[in-house]
Design a protein around this ligand. Structure first.
Ligand SMILES: [Zn+2]
Length: 645
């Protein structure tokens, strides 16, 4: 999973997160310890087959109607609503959006009771003579607010359906042993895409071939009025398609160059890993300004949701380009090979997130590399991206108390930790600092082996097996160390642990320096930062004045102990005026530049709820933006991002 690069840091985003935080905290609390209400799972076939009908006719009104049948035998019975959503790494199943639940058997109502210590578990008694339960409910698809799969998922023109949101399953069985046959009814004239295989089609309804509950949850569907499907591997043996839905017809078309780059992505990724783990693959790309923005990985598809202008605006395309490479890499790193404790027999068993610096960090590293190898980014754009990441991670004041390891261990908290202070509380740093960690590993292998070996060899050894299989193979920390040793003998355990467990004020990764580059700061933003500021209309002065603010003046981050902090500024305040004139991002930057050659402080009028106050920030260092400049040694960053032959 990855958040869309346009959403974090926005003030609205913070509010969304807060509204959801309580639900997640409750979910986590109810599932701790001995997992109250949890029925141990058997790895045996569940008798019979579930059926599921999802009526999406009212998807434009955000109402999904569900009718499910579940074979059952008379007596006590437990139903689960999926709680731990693969790829979301959190107990985040959006059960609060479910309403109208009525369960019947042989036409009669069956009373149900929720488990008092597990909100995702229902208990009931199947009446004598009954052979199945009929379960009906509506999923009230969220509007504003919510995170990831629980964010806005439909508009008047399109819908993104994650099946974990619209199905219960019987407790007590491995979900790979539960069979289900789904069907979906769409608004008239809408087209759809999914990795599921079609069995039959009547009017606007499609029935899919039966599949395991695991593969069902792993195969979302997108549909819309405006739909485009392009072949990304026309000469390959295994079909790979990009399916686009959008609110407007002119938002779904790829330019010839974009098509070429996405075809290169398939080629370069397969060259990197040397085997694939799907029978066919579908990118499900939603381009809309009215849905959440993020990506969620699956074995044979990915649910990729980005802003409406992703294909039509060059800057937006560059900023968002690495999302689909990230989700595609997950088919190998995350779905096929998965940390052992991130594998679970069902969707209601607690997962442990301690190896997310591999699952997400290594995926993010290769996403950047493959975005460049496929031509979506130039090597300069790759370096800009790494400069921005290295600067952000260097300025993580929270490293003093929270290790990189803890950002992964606490993922159900760090994903949802809004409310400002990003630099001090740290967030999901296992993505960006994970990239720096794996660059450190890659450059170390290259240096130790005199350029003979690289992380590409690890990719092939660790992920490039069982060609065509999408049966998950799990791994542990020791397996990662052992595979690295197979590529290049070294004390990888110490190498990784000293970086993962480090607390202090220095960035513990040195891949950029080992790659022949140095992080420097100038008064001009790099192209990526400039484009990001242009799209968000915000101002990021983390490395100079020590704060970041929205166009509205709302301060959403302040560097702990930085100049703005020392002067008395904190997140949540609103800047109203700068040096006696109306606030704007440009006015604030001009004031910082002016103070460089003046003894006067930057004077800000700020509003705290209904109290106004003037704050003087005594900072004279000028604007500072990160860049990479060439240093001594071989230019490994260019070597790493050069396309494979
Ligand atoms: Zn991811």
């Amino acid at each position: 999973m990855r958040a869309g690069r346009c959403s974090p840091g926005e003030s609205g985003f913070v509010k969304e997160v807060r509204s959801k935080l309580l639900v997640v905290a409750l979910g986590a609390a109810f599932s701790m310890g001995a997992q109250a209400g949890h029925v141990p799972a058997k790895d045996l076939p569940y008798p019979g087959m579930l059926t599921l009908k999802v009526d999406l006719t009212d998807a434009p009104k955000k109402i999904f109607r569900v009718h499910e049948t579940i074979p059952a035998t008379p007596g006590p019975f437990t139903l689960y609503y999926p709680q731990w959503i693969p790829g979301e790494h959190s107990p985040s199943g959006p059960i609060d959006n479910l309403a109208g639940l009525i369960i019947t058997a042989n036409g009669k109502r069956v009373p149900w009771r929720r488990d008092l210590r597990d909100m995702y578990t229902l208990h009931l008694d199947v009446p004598a003579g009954a052979k199945q339960l009929d379960v009906q409910f509506q999923f009230l698809s969220p509007g504003e607010g919510g995170m990831f799969g629980a964010s806005a998922s439909s508009t008047p023109n399109l819908v993104d359906l994650e099946f974990n949101q619209v199905a219960f399953y019987p407790a007590g069985y491995y979900t790979r042993q539960i069979k289900i046959q789904p069907s979906v009814t769409l608004p008239r004239g809408w087209q759809f895409a999914t990795a599921m295989e079609e069995q039959s089609h009547t009017g606007a309804s499609t029935t899919f071939k039966p599949l395991s509950f695991n593969n069902f949850v792993d195969s979302p569907l997108v549909a819309g009025e405006h739909f485009n499907r392009v072949d990304l591997d026309p000469k390959g043996d295994v079909p790979v398609h990009l399916n686009v839905v959008a609110d407007e017809a002119d938002q779904i078309k790829l330019t010839d160059q974009q098509l070429k780059q996405h075809r290169e992505l398939i080629d370069q990724t397969n060259k990197l890993f040397g085997a694939h783990h799907y029978a066919h693959y579908d990118f499900l790309l939603t381009l809309s300004d009215h849905t959440g923005h993020f990506g969620l990985e699956h074995h044979q598809s990915s649910d990729d949701r980005l802003p409406a202008n992703m294909l039509t605006d060059d800057k937006s395309y560059t900023l968002m380009a690495s999302l689909m490479p990230h989700e595609y890499v997950h088919s190998w790193c995350g779905k096929f090979r998965r940390p052992a404790k991130l594998w679970a027999p069902d969707f209601n068993t607690v997962e442990e997130d301690d190896l997310l610096w591999v699952y997400e960090g290594l995926t993010d590293y290769w996403a950047g590399v493959l975005t460049t190898r496929s031509g979506m980014w130039s090597t300069e754009q790759y370096r800009d991206s790494m400069a921005s990441i290295a600067a952000a991670m260097s300025a993580r004041t929270g490293r003093d108390w929270r290790s990189l390891q803890d950002t992964a261990d606490a993922a159900p908290l760090t994903y949802y930790g809004g409310g400002g202070w990003g630099n001090y509380r740290r967030g999901t740093d296992f993505y960006p600092e994970g990239q720096l960690l794996w660059l450190d590993v890659d450059t170390q292998i290259r240096q130790l082996s005199g350029g003979k070996h690289s992380l590409d060899d690890f990719a092939r050894a660790f992920f490039g097996r069982d060609n065509g299989s999408y049966v998950t193979r799990t791994y542990t920390f020791d397996d990662v160390v052992s595979a690295l040793n197979g590529v290049q003998p070294y004390d990888w355990k110490s190498f990784l642990r000293t970086r993962l467990d480090y607390t202090g004020d220095e960035l513990p990764e040195h891949g950029i320096e080992h790659g022949g580059w140095t992080l420097v700061y100038t008064d001009k933003p790099n192209a990526e930062d400039k484009a990001a500021e242009g799209l968000r209309h915000n101002v990021s002065l983390a490395y100079s004045l020590g704060l970041s603010a929205a166009k509205s003046g709302n301060i959403y981050d302040v560097q702990w102990n930085g100049p703005a902090f020392v002067a008395g500024l904190v997140p949540g305040l609103t800047i109203v005026a700068v040096n006696g004139k109306d606030y704007s991002p440009e006015a604030l930057k001009d004031a910082v530049t002016l103070a460089k050659t003046s003894k006067s402080p930057v004077e800000l009028l700020v509003k705290n709820v209904d109290v106004y106050r003037t704050i003087k920030v005594d900072y004279h260092g000028g604007l500072k933006y990160p860049h990479l400049v060439r240093a001594d040694g071989k230019d490994l960053l260019t070597v790493i991002t050069t396309p494979r032959k």
